[in-house]
Design a protein around this ligand. Structure first.
Ligand SMILES: C[S@@+](CC[C@H](N)C(=O)[O-])C[C@H]1O[C@@H](n2cnc3c(N)ncnc32)[C@H](O)[C@@H]1O
Length: 292
């Protein structure tokens, strides 16, 4: 019987090998990382079972044989099936928090993470924030990060997808936040009664229907209802804006990511004083409104 010989190699070599393969393939990034080397490193640390905090020492450690085999399998899937790396590892990071993901939920990547880390300052006094609503919570990443940023606040994590809420529930449990983060099955505001919030935050679907099929193959692994939102991409945004007054307390905030549909939003609501946010770590297309 012929056996394959795979001598142990340092992690740094394995990262270089995987990154070279990624660079030669027509991959699209943007699911939590933006380059081949970071994706390669994420896969190497995952197959080795090492914490990312072990870097840079771990770059010199030998990758166990079994891990090398698993790495080859995952690299092949990333290239042949165009599976986003976060679905291969089952985990990603959002605002510094570990979030478990699978294809029932979008891979977290919203620039809103930066605003949450800043506790929405200077737009609201953090001490007054008692209740937060995350519309379209998916994995629960925004709701969970908000709960960590505001330890005294209650957070509703709403989604129309029961599948997504299962993933959110699992993440909420892993973070020990069951007492303060509440998964709610809701079609935008429809399942929330007359509840009011100090902050409503949302990364809703906003891709125009016709454009969803033109996205790189990586996006086809994500739930369609996490991306598509009607002919102009604004169906969910329209409903979020329409109902905001009934669900935000005076002086409260509405923060919504609309990505590349920002110009369409400006055209559709020409008299609304949107404040478009800048982010140090990149990304954009996020507006903020204060309920006066
Ligand atoms: C772009 S994903 C965002 C997920 C997560 N908040 C994040 O930032 O990674 C949008 C989410 O909105 C949910 N969604 C779509 N339509 C909805 C609706 N009418 N009401 C509530 N949630 C909806 C989808 O199921 C999906 O989880």
């Amino acid at each position: 019987m012929k056996t394959e010989r795979l001598p142990p190699i340092p992690a740094a070599d394995a990262i270089r090998w995987a990154a070279r393969r990624f660079q030669r393939a027509p991959l699209s990034y943007g699911h939590g990382t933006d380059n081949a080397v970071d994706e390669a490193a994420a896969l190497v640390f995952h197959v080795a079972g090492w914490l990312h905090s072990a870097a840079p020492d771990a770059y010199g450690w030998a990758l166990p044989l079994g891990a090398r085999r698993e790495l080859r399998r995952l690299v092949r899937r990333r290239i042949d099936e165009r599976v986003p790396a976060a679905y291969l590892t089952g985990v990603t990071w959002f605002a510094g928090h570990e979030i478990h993901v699978d294809p029932r939920v979008l891979v977290p990547r919203s620039p809103i993470a930066e605003l949450i880390e800043a506790r929405f300052e200077p737009f609201i006094a953090p001490g007054r924030v008692r209740r937060i609503l995350d519309i379209g919570t998916g994995s629960g990443c925004i709701a969970i990060a908000c709960a960590h940023a505001f330890p005294a606040a209650e957070v509703d994590a709403a989604d129309l997808s029961a599948d997504a809420l299962e993933v959110a529930r699992d993440n909420i449990r892993r973070h020990g936040l069951e007492a303060r983060v509440h998964p709610r099955l809701s079609d935008v505001y429809a399942g929330l009664g007359a509840d009011r919030y100090d902050i409503i935050v949302s990364n809703p679907p906003y891709v125009p229907q016709a454009m969803v099929d033109d996205l790189p193959p990586e996006y086809a692994h994500e739930p369609r209802m996490g991306l598509a939102s009607g002919a102009d991409g604004l169906d969910a945004v329209r409903r979020i804006l329409d109902g905001a007054r009934r669900h935000i307390v005076p002086g409260g905030l509405l923060v919504v990511e609309v990505g590349d549909t920002a110009e369409a939003v400006e055209r559709a609501w020409p008299t609304t004083p949107f404040l478009w946010l800048d982010f140090e770590r990149g990304g954009g297309g996020v507006f903020l409104l204060t309920l006066e």
